[in-house]
Ligand binder design. Structure first.
Ligand SMILES: O=C(O)CCC(=O)C(=O)O
Length: 273
């Protein structure tokens, strides 16, 4: 029987790490999870993705977004084991400290499996898709195995949340080309490094990021959890993606009010004792 108690233990990160995140809007943290726990969820999430995936279109017949990964949402709702990872206080406490807020809620989770020979994930900023009123959002990108450079690890343009041009683009060929071009004439460092088992990256909703193609014969398996500050309010949606997200991930939430739907539980809150 695996011991999952680590998942419920908050993890304190250093002031330097918070400062790094504040400046660059991403951070990679090693040894957040043990090898054993990662392997356990790898087995479990891989089996679930295999069970529920309905995308059988050959890679060659998909568009750029479709080639980037298989994308399965809110696995916590259908699987109590995966819920243990998504609801982990350890991960949520890190998200809360990085954003320097009192607590965080779940926005949604997703598995992102970049298949063998899968294509690039084009440059983009996530928050284009989210009807959320503030920038206090962070995604934990949780590799389910070691990710080498040729598998398409997540890449960041460190500090690029300062650039507004390109925020209006959905993920696709145009975002890859235009955002890539814009970032090449800045001094923001393009960070591309492998991930160890147990290492997790955290990135904000407005920092630009991408991933390379998977040039190996092995699927690049990743689970992600998106957090928002616990007092996040819904904003009036500005595009179809945001309208869709409102309906799907914050059902019943009202514009200008705190998002408190049954799909958005508080996953970590500071206690004041
Ligand atoms: O996994 C990928 O290739 C992209 C992930 C991503 O863009 C995200 O989690 O925000």
């Amino acid at each position: 029987m695996i011991d999952l108690s680590l998942l419920s233990q908050p993890m304190t990160i250093s002031d330097e790490q918070v400062q790094f995140y504040n400046t660059h809007n991403f951070i990679k943290i090693k040894s957040v999870l043990s090898d054993e726990i990662v392997d356990y969820f790898n087995q479990h999430i891989s089996a679930k993705v295999k069970e529920i995936n309905t995308n059988t279109v050959p890679l060659n017949n998909r568009d750029t977004y479709g080639k980037a990964f298989l994308q399965l949402f809110n696995l916590w709702e259908i699987d109590p084991v995966i819920k243990e990872l998504v609801f982990s206080k350890r991960l949520a406490s890190i998200a809360s400290q990085l954003m320097q807020v009192d607590g965080v809620r779940l926005y949604h989770d997703q598995a992102l499996f970049k298949e063998a020979s899968g294509g690039i994930t084009p440059w983009h900023a996530d928050q284009y898709y989210w009807p959320l009123a503030s920038d206090k959002t962070v995604t934990a990108w949780i590799p389910l195995q070691k990710i080498t450079l040729d598998m398409g690890p997540l890449e960041f343009s460190a500090g690029s949340q300062a650039v507004h041009q390109g925020r209006e683009l959905s993920i696709g060929d145009e975002s890859e080309q235009k955002i890539g071009q814009r970032l090449r004439v800045t001094d923001f460092k393009h960070v591309i490094t492998p991930f160890d088992v147990g290492e997790i990256s955290f990135h904000s909703g407005w920092v630009f990021h991408r991933a390379g193609a998977n040039q190996t014969h092995t699927t690049r398996k990743v689970m992600t959890v998106i957090y928002m500050e616990k007092d996040m309010r819904l904003k009036a949606p500005e595009n179809d993606g945001q309208r869709n997200d409102w309906e799907k991930w914050c059902p019943g939430a009202k514009i200008d009010e705190i998002i408190d739907s049954p799909l958005n539980p508080i996953l970590f809150a500071q206690t004041t004792e």
